[in-house]
Structures are given as C-alpha cells and as structure tokens.
Design a protein around this ligand. Structure first.
Ligand SMILES: NC(=O)c1ccc[n+]([C@@H]2O[C@H](COP(=O)([O-])OP(=O)(O)OC[C@H]3O[C@@H](n4cnc5c(N)ncnc54)[C@H](OP(=O)(O)O)[C@@H]3O)[C@@H](O)[C@H]2O)c1
Length: 382
C-alpha cells in the first residue's frame, strides 16, 4: 500500500523514513508548503494526493485542526485510508472523520495521537470489544512528567525545569498546552471515545502544574510522596463519562513513581483483565512514527476503525469521584477550604482537605483564583 504523508516535520520525516523499510507499505508523495518542494517526492497541493490513484493511504502529521480536517475529509471521500498523530484534530473532528471514513469504506485510525509510541488506544480499542473498561488514564504528557521529575530528583525550580524541557526538545516554545494539562486532557478525551463511544466536550476539568513550587515538591518528598500529572477517564452513569486531569501525590512505590524523565505510562482496568499498564516513549520522532506505522499495519490486517459507528459527543460529569487534596494557599484564605488538617508554613498554609469531589475541588480553586488567590492543589493518592 502506497502511503502519502502530510507534513514533513519531526514526525513526518520519521514516518517517511520508516516507510522505506516497512513490510507491505511504500512511501508515496509528501505534502509540504509551497517553496519547500525541493525534492521529487514532495508535492504542494492536496489534490496531487487525492487524485493519485496509486496512493492507498494518507498519514497526516502536520498538526492543527485546519487544513488537516479538510485534507482528511478529502482523502477519505476519495476512498483512501487516513491515519493521524494529531490529537487536536481528533478531539475536535474525530466523530465527523469517522463518519466520512465509514461512508466511503476507508479506514480512520489515530493511535499516535495518544501516548506517542505507547500502544494505548490500539490495545484499548481491542480490549473494549470483549471486556468492560472500568477506568483508564495515567501519565499521558511527557513534558510535565520530565519537569516534575526534574524538580523532585534534581531539585530544580519550576522555571529551570521548564527551560531544561525546552532545551531537550520535550516542551514546545509555547508550552501552555502541556503545563496546563490541556494536552493530557485531549488524550483522555480520545480514550473515552475509544472505550465508551463518548467523546466528552463539556464539563471537562484540567489542572496543570503551572503553580507548583520547589517548596511544594520538597514538602511532598519529606512526607514520602511523588507528584505526577495524571489523566483519568471512567463511566459516570447513563450517557456521561468522567474525564479530568490533575496533579496527584502518590506514595513512594506506586507504579507511576517509577516513570522518570519524559516517559509515559498509560493504563486501563478491564472488568475481566484487571489492570493493564503500558509504558514507553510518549513523544519523539521515531516513537511517534512507529505508532503511525502500526496503524498502517493494522489497516493491512483489516482493522479499519478505533471509533464505533455510534460514537457521539458527550458531557463529562466529575462530581462522583471523591478524594482528599493537598492545597497550598495564603494563610489568610485557609478558612475557605474544608480542612482535615492544616500546617502553617510562614505566610502559606498546607492543607489536607476532607474528601471532596473532583468538580468541587476544581471549582473551589477557580473561584479563589478569580479573586486573585495563588494556590496549588493535588489529589492525594487519587
Ligand atoms: N513531535 C512529537 O513527538 C509528537 C508526538 C505525538 C503526536 N504528535 C503530533 O504530530 C503532529 C506533528 O507534530 P510534529 O512534532 O511533527 O510537528 P512539526 O515538527 O511542527 O511538523 C509539522 C510539519 O507540518 C508542516 N505543515 C503544517 N501545516 C502544513 C500545511 N498546511 N501544508 C503543508 N505542510 C504543513 C509544517 O511545516 P512548517 O514548518 O512550514 O509550518 C511542519 O513541517 C502534531 O499533531 C502533533 O501533536 C507529535
């Protein structure tokens, strides 16, 4: 099967190189911007790919929702299979692309959009056919894991950990999607769509790591805790799912504590299988390209879809999951948090809350921040 590649950046170059050696696959034309067509295999319009009868599949590795969506829709309408590493595209337009693919008998797969090289969605999409997926999630963002790990093991403060992640090529020049938890949230949205036929778009909650300090991390260490940014998804009754991202304090010895640097750990719990844990590189040229090639291999073996025909947009309900939280905030605002215990540390107070729901905690933090209060919170053991 000849595969055209849309985009020739970090992942695109890796996909093109891997296609030179992959069994049953062949590298086709590569779409680049006008002026960058400096080699015979490069083309500058999508029509050159859509109208090429020798192209059987297209791998989109450009990023962004447009023109990726229009291009994907055009190639699917031409009956060509479409695979993508683009989580923003699938979170925004996955249901539409799935419908167009099914209508035209073409495949639509997006394993690389969640977990990079870690075959999370791939396994989830197979497991859900025979088992009930009770919950899923894990460490789905390598940049923030690198930063939290560097703050803990190297004693860096937040700014230096971010600079290090950028120097090593883990964080984007604009790292907001990573550090705010949005990147991990998009990934758990895709996992919910795969496992539960529900792509949540409303009611989602994401707390990132932007307000964690070196003093917070030192405090966690002194209490035997490691902080990780975790994404979580589960059913929430009826048509709803629970889907959120937040920092979590884990007791030393928990499997997530062993995930160092920019690695990812994705897991799901099947009713029959019990917990399944997958660990590996969540980003990078070749790990991500390997997931794109895995999808293309799946197409050769007849697996065409990760989303069921009835997959729909859904609301998230995060009011049923309850746990205690660590909250650090200025001492004068201590009374605004339902505390189980509190420890005064100079001008700030470190509170362990009574059990509260995920939505209650996120809304409390939103309300306090809107009033100008600086705080950090993390679930305990959650
Ligand atoms: N990098 C990773 O480790 C990783 C991991 C998992 C998933 N992903 C996803 O994979 C996708 C690509 O990521 P990347 O890191 O490879 O990005 P990248 O290095 O920025 O590469 C994207 C390439 O696509 C080109 N491009 C963008 N729009 C185009 C258009 N309209 N026509 C032709 N070419 C266009 C860009 O060209 P210009 O430079 O001229 O704009 C660039 O060469 C993103 O969706 C990302 O989220 C990446």
């Amino acid at each position: 099967m000849k595969v055209a590649v849309l985009g020739f950046g970090t992942v695109g170059v890796g996909v093109y190189e891997m296609l030179q050696h992959a069994q049953g696959l062949e590298a086709g034309p590569v779409l680049v911007r006008p002026g960058k067509d400096d080699a015979p295999f490069k083309v500058t319009t999508i029509e050159q790919i859509v109208q090429d009868p020798s192209v059987g599949a297209v791998a989109e590795v450009m990023g962004g929702v447009e023109p990726a969506f229009s291009y994907g829709a055009a190639v699917l309408r031409a009956g060509k299979h479409f695979v993508t590493s683009n989580k923003a595209l699938v979170a925004a337009k996955g249901i539409e692309l799935n419908a167009i693919a099914r209508e035209h008998g073409a495949a639509f797969l997006f394993s690389a959009a969640c977990g990079g090289g870690v075959p999370f969605l791939h396994n989830l999409s197979i497991a859900r056919e025979s088992d009930e997926i009770l919950s899923m999630g894990g460490i789905l963002n390598g940049t923030t894991n690198y930063m939290l790990d560097a703050m803990q093991r190297l004693g860096l403060d937040y700014g230096d950990a971010l600079k290090d992640a950028q120097r090593l090529g883990y964080a984007e020049a604009d790292p907001r999607a990573d550090v705010s938890g949005l990147d991990a949230l998009r990934k758990i949205m895709l996992a919910c769509a795969v496992a539960y036929d529900a792509l949540p778009t409303e009611g989602l909650l994401n707390e990132g790591i932007e307000s964690v300090t070196a003093a917070d991390v030192a405090h966690f260490r002194s209490r035997g805790y490691t902080c990780r940014l975790l994404a979580k998804g589960s059913r929430a009754g009826g048509e709803k799912v629970s889907a959120y991202v937040e920092p979590v304090l884990l007791r030393d010895g928990a499997p997530e504590c062993a995930v160092l640097a920019n690695y990812n750990m994705a897991s799901y719990e099947g009713k029959c299988s019990g917990p399944i844990v997958l660990m590996g590189q969540g980003a990078g040229r070749y790990p991500t390209a390997s997931a794109v090639l895995r999808d293309l291999g799946c197409i050769l073996h007849g697996k065409h879809y990760m989303l069921q025909e009835n997959c729909r947009l859904a609301n998230a309900d995060n009011s049923r999951n309850e746990h205690a939280y660590y909250v650090r905030l200025p001492a004068e605002h201590a009374a605004e948090i339902p505390a189980e215990s509190a420890e005064l540390d100079g001008d700030v107070v470190r509170i362990i809350t009574k059990p509260v729901s995920v939505s209650q905690m996120h809304f409390m933090a939103e309300r306090l921040r809107a009033a100008g209060v600086e705080l950090f919170f993390a679930a305990i053991g959650g």
